[in-house]
Design a protein around this ligand. Structure first.
Ligand code: ADP
Length: 260
């Protein structure tokens, strides 16, 4: 079989992050897994195709960066001086960060195709793709465009409640129908870590993600607690992985990284 060609040819692993609905922490998990992988010495790229809500430029404190062209296409924005982690997001193509993207399906599909073919990623160990919530045009387009690169598969993010877990069931069906392998399920906001005593309390019903993984016979990759220090870091565009290396949340994220 011929080797894959194009700007993704030198990317070793491609992972898509999916969730049934918004607000469960898909962009957070994408960002923190990428930071943890880079912390472990990997070269990491993030592709943010959440066209209507690109939040990762803010989370990585590169909101006002611009994308440039080179012979091979768009140069992604590097988030560090040693150029081991980079990001491409529609956020960089908007005139102001508050601009709204109100596009119909074909225009979204065209941009996703361009993101897959025209970003000059160079050599990467991991490309993590943050997708919009649900299973829409964007998901079908990205899975089709990536087929020749044989992505490793999907990381499904859910909160522990039954409603969110129900949404993940639909994501599992989507993966099955489109032939996208499921790498595993991540339960986010799983218990609240008290900033004063570090005790973890289950705010929502717990264990839904693990139970769904068992029922569906897909790996359960782990739980990330609801951690105020994590949300503050994301709001301030601070690198949580560097700032809180002794926290339970840091350990939780690293445990997931070891499984992907
Ligand atoms: P999604 O991409 O699924 O819409 P986000 O990643 O944007 O969700 O997260 C929604 C909000 O929840 C953000 O403000 C983020 O900071 C916060 N958040 C997500 N996961 C956690 C967590 N484990 N601990 C604390 N805050 C979190």
């Amino acid at each position: 079989m011929a080797a894959a060609e194009g700007n993704l040819a030198a990317v070793d692993h491609i992972l898509l992050v999916l969730s049934g609905k918004g607000g469960v922490g898909k962009s957070t998990i994408t960002t923190e897994l990428a930071l943890a992988l880079r912390n472990a010495g990997k070269r990491v790229g993030i592709l943010d195709i959440d066209l209507c809500g690109p939040s990762i430029p803010r989370m990585l404190n590169v909101l006002n960066s611009a994308v440039h062209q080179c012979d091979a296409g768009w140069v992604p924005v590097y988030v560090d001086k040693d150029k081991t982690m980079c990001l491409m997001s529609i956020g960089f193509l908007l005139e102001t960060p508050d601009d709204a993207v109100i596009w119909r399906g074909p225009k979204k599909t065209a941009l996703i195709k361009q993101f897959i073919s025209d970003v000059a990623w160079g050599e990467l160990d991991y490309l993590i793709i943050d997708t919009p919530p649900g299973t829409s045009d964007e998901h079908i387009s990205v899975v089709e465009c990536l087929r020749q690169y044989k992505p490793d598969g999907a990381l499904l993010v859910t909160t522990p409640q039954a409603v969110s877990v129900g949404d993940v069931r639909r994501e599992l069906t989507f993966c099955k129908k489109t032939g996208l392998p499921v790498v595993g399920i991540i339960e986010n906001m799983s218990g609240f870590v008290c900033p004063n005593c570090s005790e973890c309390t289950n705010v929502f019903s717990s264990g839904g993600g693990a139970a769904l993984a068992e029922q569906s016979e897909v790996p359960f990759l782990g739980r990330v607690p609801l951690d105020p220090q994590l949300s503050h870091s994301l709001e301030e565009g601070r690198n949580f992985i560097q700032a809180f290396p002794k926290s339970a949340t840091f350990d939780a994220i690293n445990n997931i990284v070891e499984k992907i």
